[in-house]
Design a binder for this molecule. Structure first.
Ligand code: UGA
Length: 447
């Protein structure tokens, strides 16, 4: 099938590569010339396992190409909108500038029978707003949200745990027309063909209305953020009582209704999705007059941000009351391991705060230093883990890369520095092992 992907950022580049790998003929379109040049050479513009191979194979097969010319989208049966929806510069709502611009650019290329499939994370109601212009061309709009995780993006795209397709105007909706529903059903069938390997593997395929599809995405991210902040709230209670939040998470996680995943306590969530998605969801709910329904998301956000303060407090405590002119090795800059993404990274935020308190901060990360340096050139970056730890008064793990969490032993760290303060911002280290090696170990929500 001929497919166009409008927007070749994180989502779009992975989607284009994945679609080519399952046999489609794909053109990826973006306004950023540098990005398109890199992708055309088969280079992933960001760190993502398996993406480089996917792009190289796609380009070599002749089924994948990238362009800045939107006219090359013409003739595709399905056009995926995969542009970003960042948080507005002044406010919490989503900025739809790129969604609107990409639809405007695509309209002249659309032909009757084409399908436009929105993948971007948008406020509920966006599809209904965009539809009249798109459907005036004879094309059909569906909303097909993406659930990929950075670091697992290729796998999540090719083998998703569910596929959701929102089609136009379900019975009972204000604009409901029988023709629209038929066109929507046909579009959903075409998307089944697009995602043929996942469909053949019996992946749940949910056909619903636009609003539900848009909401599924933000509801999923809101739930995940809530789960993380729930356990971090328990960490705060543990801190007041001497309890151990990790054991608590293990114990409640054995209940299959609760589950252990996403109960990882520490400095909290960040990245380009969870923080901005819960804020945009709250803003949209306010617009709908339903702000109170998701008022708890404000607490979720607040708990999350408080954990960064707590990490800073632990460093101060570990160093006996002040970090001024003390050397601190910050292990990690990315918002999570297997990513070079530093958008809203709690790790980097903690490093910046410590430097603001006069600490001599050295940041290391296996993948994210270039991005971190662009955002915070005032920090000192050292690529090599051991060089970063050398002579540090305290070491602070804030991104649980294997090289810090599993491979760095307290015995080895002891050979690099006389400092003996280890702060575990991700509750990933074995407290007993660090203590046995003579370190003062401080975790988040742990005795
Ligand atoms: C998230 C969702 O997990 C995806 O399903 C969704 O598709 C994506 O957003 C998106 O909207 O595009 P991602 O941002 O890649 O994916 O990262 P997550 O794996 O969800 O991690 C988010 C943050 O939560 C990270 O900072 C991570 O360190 C933190 N986290 C995660 C915890 O603090 N504790 C946990 O137990 C799990």
């Amino acid at each position: 099938m001929r497919i166009s992907v409008i927007g070749c950022g994180y989502l779009g580049a992975v989607h284009a590569g994945a679609m080519a790998s399952i046999g489609h003929e794909v053109v990826g379109v973006d306004v950023d010339v540098r990005k398109i040049r890199a992708l055309s050479r088969g280079e992933a513009p960001f760190f993502e396992p398996d993406l480089q191979e996917l792009l190289t194979a796609g380009i070599a097969s002749g089924r994948l190409r990238f362009t800045t010319d939107i006219a090359e989208a013409s003739g595709a049966a399905v056009h995926f909108i995969a542009v970003g929806t960042p948080q507005q510069a002044h406010g919490h709502a989503a900025d739809l500038t790129y969604v609107n611009a990409s639809v405007d650019a695509l309209l002249p290329q659309l032909q009757p029978g084409d399908i436009v499939a929105g993948k971007s994370t948008v406020p509920v109601g966006t599809a209904a707003e965009l539809a009249p212009r798109i459907e005036a061309t004879g094309a059909t709009l569906v909303w097909n949200p993406e659930f990929l995780r950075e670091g697992w993006a290729v796998k999540d795209t090719i083998e998703p745990d569910r596929l959701v397709v929102g089609i136009g105007a379900s019975t009972g909706s204000a604009t409901g027309q029988a023709g629209e529903v038929d066109a929507g059903r046909r579009a959903a069938d075409i998307l089944r063909e697009v995602y043929h390997p996942a469909v053949a593997a019996d992946t749940p395929f949910i056909v619903t209305d636009w609003a539900t599809a848009e909401l599924v995405k933000v509801a999923a991210n809101a739930f995940l953020a809530t789960k993380i902040s729930f356990i971090n709230a328990m960490a705060e209670i543990a801190e007041a009582t001497g309890a151990d939040v990790t054991q608590l998470a293990d114990a409640i996680g054995h209940d299959a209704r609760i589950g252990r995943r996403f109960l990882g306590s520490g400095i909290g969530f960040g990245g380009g999705c969870l923080p901005k998605d819960i804020r945009a969801f709250s803003a949209r709910a306010e617009e709908l007059g339903r702000g109170e329904s998701v008022a708890f998301l404000r607490e979720v956000d607040a708990i999350n941000l408080r954990r960064r303060d707590r990490a800073v407090d632990l460093v101060i405590q570990g160093l006996g009351g002040s970090v001024f002119e003390r050397r601190i090795a910050v292990l990690g800059a990315a918002f999570k391991p297997y990513s070079d993404d530093v958008r809203d990274s709690p790790a980097l935020d903690v490093a910046v705060r410590l430097r603001g308190l006069g600490a001599d901060v050295v940041v290391t990360d296996p993948a994210a230093i270039d991005n971190a340096r662009r955002l915070h050139p005032q920090l000192t970056y050292i690529e090599d883990r051991d060089d970063a730890i050398r002579d540090a008064d305290a070491i602070l793990m804030v991104t649980e890369w294997d090289t810090y969490r599993r491979e760095l032993t307290p015995e080895h760290a002891s050979t690099l520095t006389a400092g003996r303060v280890a702060i575990d911002g991700r509750n990933g280290w074995d407290a007993a092992a660090w203590r046995a090696a003579g370190w003062q170990y401080l975790g988040m929500g742990k005795p």
